[in-house]
Design a binder for this molecule. Sequence first.
Ligand code: COA
Length: 260
Amino acid sequence: MNYETLQVERRDRIAFVAINRPDKLNALNAQARSELKDLFLALQNDDAVDVVILTGAGEKAFVAGTDIKELTELDEQKGMLFSEDGQAVFNLIENLGKPVIAAVNGYALGGGAELALACHMRIASENAKFGQPEVNLGIIPGYGGTQRLARLVGKGRAMELILTGESIDAPEALRIGLVNKVVAVPELMKAAESMARKIIDKGQVAVRLALMAITATHELSLESGQAFEAELFGRCCASEDFKEGTRAFLEKRKPAFKNK
Ligand code: COA
C-alpha cells in the first residue's frame, strides 16, 4: 500500500515509518492520521515485523503538532470527536502488541510530542525539541498528552510543560525521563535500529508479554497489575522460547528462539 503522508520501509523484521510532510514540519493532518491508523492496523498483523521505528521526514521535525489549519473549523462537538479520533490512533500505536520506538529528529510539539509519548521508547537527536504549546492556541493537549505525559515524567513536570507551553531541549528531556537517550544527529537512526535489533534478538513471546504487562500498569492498581503480571509470567513459562532460553543458558550457548 502506498501512502501520501508516510514513508514505509520493511527491512529485516523492522518497519521504518516516517511521517512525510517535511514542508509542513510533518504536522499531522486528517490524511496523515488516517494513513497512520491504516498502516498500524496492517503492522499489527504483519508477521514479518517485530519492531517499528517511527520518525519524521526531513531534518527539522519529528512532528510539529496537529495541523493547526484544521483546528480552526472545530466547535465543541467537532472538537470532542477530533480529540477522540486522534486518541484512537495513538492508542492503536501504544497497544500495537509489538514495540514502537520513536526516533525524535527535531521538533516534537503538541500532537508530535503526544505521538512520541504513545510510542514505547523514545530516542532523541541532539537537536530535538519537546513541548505541549497547545495553551498558546487556547486548547489543551487532546491526543492523550494530559494523561501520558504525567504518567511518564510526573505530575509536576507535566503541569509545567502543559501550563506554560514552553519547549525543552533534548538534554532536559533526558533529565526528566521523557526520552531514553540522546544521540548526535547522524547517529539517530543507527541508535534506534541498534535498540530494535537487541529486542529482535530475544524471544518475541517474552518481549510481547512484557510489553503488555508494562503497558497495563497504567490502568491497573498495583494489586491487579501484579495479578496480571503473574498470569503473563505463567504464559511465558508455557512457551517454547522459555524452554529454549533456559536450556541454552545452562548449556552455555546462544538461544535459538522460534518466537513460539
Ligand atoms: N500545523 C500546520 N502547519 C505547520 C505546523 C502545524 N502544527 N507547524 C509548522 N507548520 C508549517 C508552517 O505553517 C510553515 O508552512 P508555510 O511554509 O506554508 O508557511 C512550515 O510548516 C514551516 O514552519 P515555520 O513556522 O516556517 O518554521 P520555523 O522553523 O520558523 O518554526 C516551529 C518552527 C515549530 C517553531 C513553528 O512552525 C511552530 O511554532 N509550529 C507550530 C507548533 C505548534 O503549536 N504545535 C502544536 C499544534 S496543536
